[in-house]
Design a protein around this ligand. Structure first.
Ligand code: ATP
Ligand code: MG
Ligand code: MG
Length: 393
C-alpha cells in the first residue's frame, strides 16, 4: 500500500489527507502537535519537529513520496528527504517562496510585474531610503516613490502579520523597529480595484493545469471570501493571470500545487503580490465546485499521476469561518454557530477543521455555497453570512 507523507498537520494537510485517502493511499503526517487537524485523521502521525533527523528518517522509511502543507518548513528538511524519495514541491522552490525578496526577484525574472519595492536588510539600506533625494547623491532617496508603503518582513508573515503601513519616510525607522529589525521589503501601496489568485499544478514532466482564477476579498489582512464564477473578471485579465502564474511555475521548474496571488489595480493593470508553494485557502472552493480539487491535484502531482485540466461545474462562493464566529452570539464563552440553519440552505457545504479551541482570527473552517447560477450562489452566500453574523462581502 503506497503511503503519501505531508509535512505539517494543519487544515491544508487535513484536506490533503482526505483527498489521498479517497484515492486509496495511506498517509503520514509530520507535526509536533499531537492534536493537529491532519494528524488526527491520518494513518500515521509522527509527532516531531520538522528538523528532527530521526523523524525525517521515519517519514522517509514510511513514505513513497512527500509534500508539504506548511510553507515555512525548513528547506533543509525537504532537501534531506529529496535525497531519499520524491519530494514535491522541491526545496529550491520552497526556499524562494519563503522569502519575499527572493520571491519578488523571481517574479521580475519571469517578466511578471510586482509592486515597486526595496529590500531592507541593514540600517544603511534603511537610511538610503529615508534620505531626501539630492543632486549630489544620484540614487540616494531612491525610496521616495515607495510611499505610502507597506513594510513586510521577508520571512514568516501570513494573514497580514509581520506588516506595518508607513505613510511617510519619517515613519520607516519606527516601523522597522516594531517588526524586530529583521530583513524586510518595503512595498508601495497600490490602489486596488480587487484581488484574485490562480492555482496551478505542474507535474515532473512539465504538464501544467490550472483552476479558474478566483476573486478574493480580504478583511484585516485575512482572506474573508472567495468568489468563483465563470465570468467574475474581465476575460483578458483572467487570461493574463493564468499566463503569469504558469510562467512563474515554469520558471521554478515547479512540481506540485502553487498559488499565485494578484492585485487588480484601478487602472486595469494586473500585478503579482505573492505566491504559496502549496494548496491555498482561496482554492478551497474547488473541493465542492470543480471536478478535480486542488488537493487531488497535489496528490496527483506528487504521486506522478496524470494532471488533467479541472472543470468548474458550479458557480461558488467560499466564506472563511474564523474563530470570531464562535463569539458572535454574545456572552463570554464560545458558542457553536447555528450550523443547522446554515445547512438548510441549498448548496451549502460545511468544512470544519477539527480545531478544539476557537480563537479570534483563527481559521476554524470554511463554507462553500454552490448553485446553478452566479446570482443564486451569491444570494445563498449572503443569506449564510447573515445567519452567521459575518459582514456581507
Ligand atoms: P497571506 O495570508 O495571504 O499569506 P500575507 O500576510 O502574506 O497574507 P499579503 O498578501 O502580502 O500578506 O498582504 C495582505 C493583504 O494586504 C493583501 O491581500 C492586500 O489586501 C493588502 N496589501 C498587501 N500589499 C499591498 C500593496 N502593496 N498595496 C495595497 N494593498 C496591499
Ligand atoms: Mg503570504
Ligand atoms: Mg497574501
Amino acid at each position: 500500500q503506497a503511503v503519501l507523507g505531508v509535512l505539517g498537520g494543519g487544515q491544508l494537510g487535513r484536506m490533503f489527507v482526505h483527498a489521498a485517502q479517497r484515492m486509496g493511499y495511506f498517509t503520514a503526517v509530520l507535526d509536533p502537535d499531537p492534536d493537529s487537524p491532519a494528524g488526527r485523521v491520518s494513518h500515521h502521525h509522527i509527532e516531531a519537529d520538522y528538523l528532527d533527523p530521526g523523524a525525517l528518517d521515519r517519514l522517509a522509511g514510511l513514505c513513497d513520496a512527500v509534500t508539504t502543507e506548511f510553507e515555512n518548513v525548513p528547506a533543509a528538511a525537504l532537501a534531506d528527504l529529496a535525497a531519499r524519495l520524491p519530494v514535491a514541491p522541491g526545496a529550491d522552490a520552497v526556499a524562494i517562496a519563503q522569502d519575499r525578496a527572493r520571491e519578488k526577484a523571481h517574479f521580475v525574472a519571469c517578466g511578471v510585474p510586482c509592486a515597486p519595492y526595496a529590500e531592507i536588510e541593514t540600517i544603511e539600506a534603511l537610511a538610503a531610503l529615508v534620505a531626501p533625494p539630492s543632486a549630489a547623491h544620484e540614487g540616494a532617496g531612491g525610496g521616495a516613490g515607495l510611499f505610502p508603503g507597506i513594510l513586510k518582513t521577508s520571512r514568516l508573515g501570513y494573514d497580514g502579520k509581520g506588516q506595518a503601513r508607513v505613510a511617510t519616510p519619517a515613519e520607516l525607522a519606527a516601523a522597522w523597529e516594531r517588526l524586530g529589525r529583521v530583513p524586510c521589503v518595503l512595498e508601495k501601496m497600490l490602489p486596488l480595484a480587487g484581488e484574485c489568485s490562480v492555482i496551478v499544478a505542474r507535474g515532473a514532466d512539465g504538464a501544467l493545469v490550472h483552476l479558474p482564477p478566483q476573486r478574493n476579498l480580504h478583511r484585516d489582512g485575512i482572506l474573508a471570501a472567495t468568489e468563483v464564477f465563470e465570468q467574475n473578471m474581465p476575460p483578458a485579465l483572467m487570461e493574463q493571470a493564468v499566463v503569469a502564474a504558469k510562467s512563474i511555475a515554469n520558471g521554478l521548474r515547479y512540481v506540485g500545487v502553487l498559488c499565485v496571488e494578484f492585485f487588480m489595480l484601478e487602472d486595469g493593470a494586473l500585478v503579482v503580490n505573492e505566491m504559496a508553494p502549496r494548496p491555498h485557502n482561496s482554492g478551497h472552493y474547488s473541493i465542492d465546485a470543480c471536478d478535480v480539487s486542488q488537493f487531488e491535484l497535489q496528490v496527483r502531482a506528487m504521486a506522478g499521476l496524470p494532471l488533467t485540466q479541472p472543470r468548474q461545474h458550479s458557480p461558488a462562493v467560499m466564506l472563511n469561518l474564523l474563530g470570531d464566529l464562535w463569539f458572535a452570539q454574545g456572552g463570554g464563552a464560545p458558542a457553536t454557530p447555528p450550523w443547522d440553519q446554515v445547512l438548510a440552505l441549498p448548496g451549502a457545504h460545511l468544512h470544519l477543521y477539527g480545531k478544539r479551541d476557537a480563537k479570534r482570527g483563527r481559521k476554524m473552517g470554511h463554507l462553500t455555497l454552490t448553485a446553478a447560477t452566479q446570482a443564486q450562489a451569491r444570494a445563498t452566500a449572503l443569506r449564510a453570512a447573515a445567519l452567521l453574523g459575518v459582514a456581507p462581502f
